[in-house]
Design a binder for this molecule. Structure first.
Ligand code: FA5
Length: 340
């Protein structure tokens, strides 16, 4: 009776071991066959009831069954371990002869790139690149540009005022004044940099954006000079024909003043969020320097004349790359920046 039960348990367990599909299944067989509560352990408890010669025979049978099961379990366990190792080696295979991937390189921000292109262009035309403070006094941002206190033009640019009466410059035009004061005529300068306005943000307006100021002061400067430089600038950046329109524009520091608009390159003309459905984008206000401005910076307007322009650099970058929302540019999202 007991012999048969032992043999039956042995062959059943061997079959289960052979067909086990996972280490967990194997462990379940081990517990059933050799564990404290089941299988062979049960039988060895019953041995006490047997006659001595029977006891030794059944004892040998039990030992041999136990040994065979332990061996079979061990062999199967090894097979699982080897299979796991093989799978890992396959998955984590590394070709040490492959060249290492290069280091991840950063690159220039599109605004910086266009700014540098423009700096190179203007330097080649005899202009000096100037830098100016972002925190300005009222005098440089407004008064010296012919915009005295109470002048309605102050409301054209919503200002971030700072404690103590200073402000974040609303445009790069104050650098014209620093340039005239420091260098005097004749003068050819550009000043790229940030401007700040306390206005609501949309697809084409940021509170912080880039402008590039330009100024030329010399004898006999005319609108023809101004237009020549504006055309040279746009051709250099777009490297193709772009449609522009010139219309009168009012800025207290130029007379006459113009707005140079570019046909929207995002929609091509029919209208979109960037051009506010108008088909045109304000890009390059400009004009001949108002004699008052020259005078205030110590330059005699009887002897000298000049032109000035205030390029919307951020908008130019949008047009050049077809960026349909200004907020992408300073949003800090690398997925956007990696496209350039
Ligand atoms: C000025 O800031 C004048 N200082 C420009 C100027 C200089 C005129 C010299 C004449 C002579 P305006 O406020 O229009 O002008 O701004 C100039 C350009 O900056 C705009 O055409 C536009 O392209 C850009 N700009 C203005 N406000 C924003 C804004 N909130 N976000 C992005 N770009 C802006």
């Amino acid at each position: 009776m007991l012999d048969e039960s032992i043999q039956e348990l042995e062959s059943r367990s061997l079959a289960r071991i052979a067909s086990a599909k996972s280490p967990e299944e194997l462990e379940a067989v081990r517990v059933d066959a050799l564990g404290r509560k089941s299988g062979l352990t049960q039988f060895s408890r019953e041995m006490g009831k047997l006659a001595p010669e029977e006891r030794s025979r059944i004892g040998k049978l039990l030992n041999s069954a136990k040994q065979k099961l332990e061996e079979a379990l061990e062999v199967k366990k090894q097979q699982f371990a080897e299979a796991a190792l093989r799978a890992r080696l396959d998955a984590e295979w590394v070709d040490l002869t492959l060249p290492a991937p290069g280091p991840r390189r950063g690159h220039l921000h599109p605004i910086t790139r266009i700014q540098r292109e423009l700096e190179e262009l203007f330097v080649s035309l005899g202009f000096t690149v100037l830098d100016g403070p972002e925190v300005e006094t009222e005098y440089y941002n407004f008064d010296a540009l012919n915009i005295p206190a109470e002048h309605p033009a102050r409301d054209m640019q919503d200002t971030f005022w700072l404690d103590g009466g200073n402000l974040l410059r609303t445009h790069t035009s104050p650098v014209q004044v620093h340039g005239m004061e420091r260098l005097g005529p004749p003068l050819r300068m550009i000043a790229p940099g940030r401007a700040f306005r306390n206005e609501s943000v949309d697809a084409s307006h940021e509170h912080t954006f880039y402008q590039l100021e330009g100024m030329m002061v010399d004898r006999e400067v005319s609108v023809a000079h101004l237009l020549y430089f504006m055309k040279t600038l746009l051709t250099a950046i777009f490297k193709r024909e772009v449609t522009v329109r010139l219309r009168p524009g009012y800025f207290p520091f130029v007379e006459p003043g113009f707005e140079l608009d570019i046909q929207c390159l995002i929609c091509g003309g029919p209208g979109c969020a960037v051009c506010k459905q108008s088909g045109w984008v304000e890009l390059l206000p400009c004009g001949l320097v108002n004699p008052n401005v020259l005078r205030m910076s110590g330059i005699d307007p009887e002897e000298w004349g000049g032109f000035a322009f205030g390029l919307g650099l951020t908008r130019l970058v949008m047009m050049r790359y077809g960026i349909d929302d200004i907020r992408h540019l300073q949003g800090g999202d690398l997925r956007f920046l990696e496209q350039f």
